[in-house]
Design a protein around this ligand. Structure first.
Ligand code: HEM
Length: 499
């Protein structure tokens, strides 16, 4: 009897202790995220998994340090930050402690291999050196500009004219995606996929890139990572589709590389040697390394510019005063009727401000993660453990009052200028820290195609708006979907009217 009583007392004490430990505690860096022993924040996470962008943004706003820590059952701890000082620490000051890491490179490894976008350490550094050198060359800039002119004047404008004259509704996001794919393939491979003819199906390579990017990105959202690894091993479901898409990408790009090598072997002319592929081959890397490199460039450059421009065109349809100012800027440049020139584009600061403002609210890369190589402490005091996933969050940062002020939710290109631009004076763009606006990342791994991207986007926005009105036909507010690159759910359906 005594033994039984003692046992019951022990059970009651242990039960009490357990209940005490199961009381939710809030993590030190976040103010409102309940976390339980063993299961961490999995309950709140599951409740919000369909709206993670908004959930993280709300939590970051409430956090005194603009950083939150999310513990999930069976998953590595994730630290998410919208604090510019932390971002600077991760991307620059302690860069070597925050590589992409194996958990990230595993997700994209089947598609991108050891390409620049998906590698760390020496493998990344050697590719970065070579690519950075090429991107500073005037010859690559001129080559890109030639491609843009050809693609805009001979394809984009005629396609929009014919859609406008025929009164057809077009998906403008799809048009811009096809345009960007043509441009990035011509720059990277010296190969023309010719996607902009809307009456023809897109080439297999275009579809294969889409499928491969989407399924690779979805791997990251599996609650348990072992699930996609098992599906890959068994070659079933989405992993089977992924394998087929990757095969198409690898085989097509390898064929293009072999054809290019043949041309170069027999000498080729100057125009055959301007693309990135010829430049990488000239550096003497083997075929597989060159293949992985150029695939990384196509991946990085294909949907990012189209995403940014899609959101800008939609924002302009809601902000006619801003559109008018763009038209003023373009008409000043196009006064000789010769179209936009390279120098004109460099000077178009108002369109640049509009693009930055659109990307502040709708960044093409909504979040990006690194994995800590060693324990560390972030400038706001958040403790990082070796192996933690550390995410900087451009989408949330663009929506923080503490970063952008009370009017953060307004589309105001003027915030990018030193002073409100006045008629007749040349507006001067403010220098804004890339750690406060890490839309192109920042530090040693900052997007290598940033200048090329602005050139392309300015050219398209200026050339299209000076000729057409772009009128969205859907009244609902578009939905922002973050995957590897963010996009507008369902596209941007528009009517086109000649000016
Ligand atoms: C609006 C357009 C663009 C945006 C917002 C953008 C943004 C970014 C971001 C956030 C990263 C870092 C991603 C990561 O490390 O996980 C990145 C890397 C990169 N981007 Fe861009 N990008 C754009 C256009 C382009 C274009 C047009 C190209 C080239 C044709 C390009 C080439 C690259 C490359 C090669 C990297 C990898 C750099 C490295 O890891 O060293 N990007 N970009």
């Amino acid at each position: 009897m005594e033994m039984l009583t003692a046992f019951l007392i022990l059970v009651i004490i242990l039960g009490f202790k357990l209940i005490q430990t199961l009381k939710p505690k809030t993590s030190s860096s976040s103010s409102n995220l309940p976390s339980y022993p063993l299961i961490g924040s999995i309950l709140s996470f599951n409740k919000n998994r369909h709206r993670l962008l908004q959930w993280y943004t709300d939590l970051l706003r409430q956090s005194p340090s603009q950083t939150i820590t999310v513990d999930l059952l069976l998953r590595r701890r994730t630290i998410i930050t919208a604090n510019p000082e932390n971002v600077e620490h991760i991307l620059k000051t302690n860069f070597y402690n925050f590589p992409k890491g194996k958990p990230f490179t595993d997700l994209l490894g089947d598609l991108l291999g050891g390409g620049i976008f998906n590698s760390d350490g020496e493998l990344w550094s050697s590719q970065r050196k070579l690519a950075s050198h090429e991107f500073t060359m005037r010859s690559l800039r001129e080559f890109t500009f030639e491609i843009l002119r050809e693609e805009v004047e001979n394809r984009l404008i005629p396609v929009l004219s014919s859609a406008g004259d025929g009164g057809r509704t077009v998906d403008f996001q799809e048009v811009l995606k096809r345009f960007a794919f043509d441009v990035v393939c011509k720059v990277s491979l010296g190969w023309d996929p010719d996607c902009l003819d809307l009456t023809r199906p897109v080439p297999d390579l275009f579809k294969a890139f889409d499928v491969a990017a989407m399924i690779s990105a979805r791997r990251a959202t599996e609650p348990v990572q072992a699930v996609w690894k098992l599906k890959r091993m068994l070659n079933v479901g989405t992993e089977r589709r992924l394998r087929e898409a990757i095969k198409t990408v690898h085989v097509s790009v390898s064929e293009i590389i072999r054809a290019k090598k043949k041309i170069l072997e027999i000498g080729g002319d100057v125009s055959d040697k301007k693309d990135l592929l010829s430049r990488f081959l000239a550096a003497g890397d083997d075929e597989e390394a060159v293949r992985d490199s150029v695939i990384s460039f196509i991946m990085a450059g294909r949907d990012t510019t189209s995403a940014a421009m899609t959101w800008l065109f939609w924002l302009l349809s809601e902000n006619n005063d801003v559109e008018k100012k763009i038209l003023e800027e373009v008409s000043n440049k196009e006064s000789l009727g010769l179209g936009l020139g390279f120098e004109d584009l460099r000077e178009m600061s108002y369109i640049k401000a509009c693009l930055c403002e659109a990307m502040r609210l709708y960044p093409p890369v909504a979040w990006d993660s690194k994995h800590a190589a060693n324990d560390d402490v972030l400038p706001d005091g958040t403790r990082v453990k070796r192996g933690d996933k550390v995410t900087y969050f451009p989408y949330g940062m663009g929506r923080m009052e503490r970063v952008w002020g009370q009017d953060w939710d307004e589309f105001k290109p003027n915030r990018w200028f030193e002073e409100e631009p006045n008629y007749g004076t040349k507006p001067v763009l403010k220098s804004v820290s890339s750690f406060k606006f890490p839309v192109f990342q920042a530090g040693p791994r900052v997007c290598i195609g940033k200048e090329m991207a602005f050139l392309q986007m300015k050219y398209v926005v200026g050339s299209v708006l000076s000729r057409f009105e772009i009128i969205p036909v859907c009244d609902n507010r578009p939905v922002f979907v973050p995957l590897l690159t963010a996009h507008m759910a369902g596209g941007l359906k528009v009517k086109i009217k000649r000016r």
